[in-house]
Design a protein around this ligand. Structure first.
Ligand code: DGL
Length: 259
């Protein structure tokens, strides 16, 4: 079973791609909505939360872990890969690979949470001839979790964040947070249609495909499971419109009442 976690709804952008390619693979998803956002927290806190989330997914029977969160990929994935024997997929390396393949002028932007940008996880993956321009967008995650993806207030905030990237002549922009594909329209409207937006989910699915070719998984044709750490109704509503089908979401306290 494939275990996926994010701080909230963002990991569903990854679920969507994986389900397109592997409709019969059972997923268990955990959205840590009670402790969201991760992107404004410290390295040690993000690492601790991530370890707890992975512990829960393993208890649920996951044999592959997808860290569907850039913030956790930057701060926890290296440590998780060292400590655990099961395969851990993060979202940073697929995005880097896709951006390098997409750019024509080697000028690449990356936007993400403050914790992702401060970690330098993306910046250190690029050297000459690539030029990388980064920008933290702390309010994007709360806006998306609030489903404010097309409001004029969101456009105004996005303009403020993206302004430093305009004029840098980037032709490729990495959406360095799994929530951000939900703002693709807004970002395209501000940056221009010609700027290629990179969403790591497709490239990550290719990595998963390569892995599963060598290590096929037994297919459990049971329903996917979705868990959140806070009141499920908002997640349920957003996920229904986002995935195009209703999902049943259960609230769980991963630290006490593992169910
Ligand atoms: N989707 C997470 C990411 O990719 C959002 C982190 C947050 O909760 O701030 O970084």
């Amino acid at each position: 079973m494939i275990g996926i976690f994010d701080s909230g709804i963002g990991g569903l952008t990854v679920v969507k791609e994986i389900k397109k390619r592997f409709p019969d693979h059972k997923l268990v998803y955990f959205g840590d909505t009670a402790r969201l956002p991760y992107g404004t927290k410290s390295h040690s806190t993000i690492l601790r939360y991530s370890k707890e989330n992975v512990g829960f997914l393993i208890e649920k029977g996951s044999t592959i872990i997808i860290v569907a969160c850039n913030t956790a990929s930057a701060h926890a994935a290296p440590e998780l890969k060292k400590q655990l024997t099961l395969p851990i997929f993060d979202v940073i390396s697929p995005a880097v690979r896709a951006a390098k393949a997409a750019t024509q002028n080697n000028r690449i932007g990356v936007i993400g949470t403050p914790a992702t940008i401060i970690s330098g996880a993306y910046q250190k993956e690029f050297s000459a001839p690539f030029r990388i321009f980064s920008q933290a967008c702390p309010l994007f995650v709360p806006l998306i979790e609030e489903n404010w993806t097309a409001r004029k207030e969101t456009y105004s905030i996005a303009r403020t964040y993206l302004e430093p990237l305009q004029g840098k002549k980037i032709d490729t922009l990495i959406l360095g947070c799994t929530h951000y594909p939900l703002l693709s329209r807004v970002i395209h409207d501000i940056m221009g249609e010609e700027v290629r937006l990179i969403n790591s989910a497709q490239e990550l699915t290719r990595d998963l495909e390569a892995y599963l070719k060598d290590t096929p998984m037994e297919l459990a044709r049971a329903k996917d499971e979705y868990y959140v750490s806070d009141e499920p109704y908002r997640f349920e509503n957003l996920s229904r419109s986002f995935l195009g089908r209703p999902v049943e979401v259960k609230q769980v306290n991963i630290l006490t009442q593992r169910q």
